[in-house]
Design a protein around this ligand. Sequence first.
Ligand code: ADP
Ligand code: MG
Ligand code: ZN
Length: 613
Amino acid sequence: MMDKNDPQARKPLISYIILAVMVILLLNTFVFPALLARQVKEVGYSDFLSWVDTGRVSEVSLEQSGDQIIFLATDENGKEQIYKTAVFPDDGLRARLEAAGVRFSAQIPTRNSPLLSFIVSWVLPIALFSLLGRALMGQMNKRMGGGMNVMNFGKSNAKIVADRETGVTFADVAGEEEAKDALKEIVDFLEHPDKYAGIGAKLPKGALLVGPPGTGKTLLAKAVAGEAKVPFFSISGSEFVEMFVGMGAAKVRDLFKQANEKAPCIVFIDEIDTIGKKRDTGAGIGGNDEREQTLNQLLTEMDGFDGQKGVVILAATNRPESLDPALLRPGRFDRRIPVELPDLAGRKAILNVHAKHIKLGPSIDMTEIARATSGASGAELANIVNEAALRAVRMGRSEVLQEDLMESVETVIAGYQRKNAVLSEQEKKIVSYHEIGHALVAAMQSHSAPVTKITIIPRTSGALGYTMQVDEGDHYLMSREELLSKLATLTGGQAAEQLVFGSITTGASNDIEKATKLARGMITRYGMSEFGMVALETVNGQYLGQDASLACSPAYAEKIDDQVVALVGQARAKADQILKQNESKLHELAAYLLQKETITGEEFMRILEGKGE
Ligand code: ADP
Ligand code: MG
Ligand code: ZN
């Protein structure tokens, strides 16, 4: 059915009809008469006379102009045909015709059947045009990503993929043991539904995979289907968002209809937040009817189907806080499976899974790589392994070495080395002091992670140098002392510049940003200030590293700002003090770094502890 309220749907149809009618009229006036006329065969006058005598002619008509005779006669095969001939002066024609018993008149015998001419001039062109129209629409459809077909408006054209074999198994997903355990139950249910039905247990209809981007949520969903060997219907939330109101809902209906037919199976809705956002937010003019309708349809379908049948709905999102509570209610996505960033062991496992496909050299230490990549997601780790392989090829080697992996860790974390970025000698000197400033302040405090590498080779990310600090194990909690040392370390770069050169540069902008964020967090979220345990900010999008938003009165906002300034100021004072006390070491280390450009944590510690080179 067509939605009459939708001007977008009506407009193209109307102009299309007008165009078709105009073209048909033109054809009727000029082209078709000519076509019909050509069917009339011309014969000589003598032939005409002999045909009259032999009785082949049945009807004769003199044209209005009087210079042409149109007649009906049977051809060689005995079929009736219209012929014409030029008029030759002949007074005996009438008698001759009468003798042969031919009917004659002064009008064109309308041998043209009215039906035929109707078909030729009206039905054919219309058929032709609707075919053409369809072809055009089809193309437009493709370009606009579907949903534009006026002919079957209201029907969904969801291209739902049901891969019987996703080819992915749990073995391809490294780490994430908790998530896998939770999903194994679903696999078991899909394999032996009767076991659960027998006892009367109902499995959750849906499970929601939540976690930061790149942690393997999509991969896990595919692995569930691969393990259970059932069809896998996969659709992304954004594919529901359609041009016309009602199309998204139709797609949902379609999806569940198909899934019900194919049960047991898995329906996977990726990025469900695109349709599952809270409904009441920002009800602007017109609102977002389409999304809301789609979501309502999804809720209805989830309530409607029989959980025993073996349709399991998986969904993934990295913004669980924005989901409509109705989606999370029991009977819908009541099971929530966190897919977190991998820990040390998890990172090592992921690196190994991806390293399986590449040729590794001897003495590869994945633990070292895993250590250096704290906070990296599975996708980033996969990328690191691939970058290392690419680097090995660039270097003309046939296997990947540890240095390729280490270099690609830095590439992925800090951008490519900018080989041709030429820093002046003075700039290099400043960067050296800046980095040693960070490292020295870190090393002189008891609560900071050891320095593992310092470099002044510029990166494409814009960093002119950096100091890498790597913790031994993973950290889930950070104490106030640790945060304070981190804050001091961040200010160490600029502190060194000030101390040595008596002026500061723009090089500390990133440090400043980080320090401010950290100090703010300590005050507003971690209860590490005189305000005590009061949440002054709330975090949106915990998995996407989004900013926190204020949750306090303007009066407090001002006080918070004062506290942030004070906290960072204290940290800077501490850094100043540390550097002043170790000024000779600062000079010694900076000179060494300037000469070497990259130094390891051991080299750094050796010089710092005065053991010489
Ligand atoms: P998400 O859906 O959580 O954003 P994906 O499942 O799309 O992340 O992961 C992207 C890629 O990262 C995967 O194709 C895979 O190569 C890699 N990956 C992520 N997590 C893991 C993991 N736990 N084990 C192995 N590979 C992983
Ligand atoms: Mg994904
Ligand atoms: Zn810095």
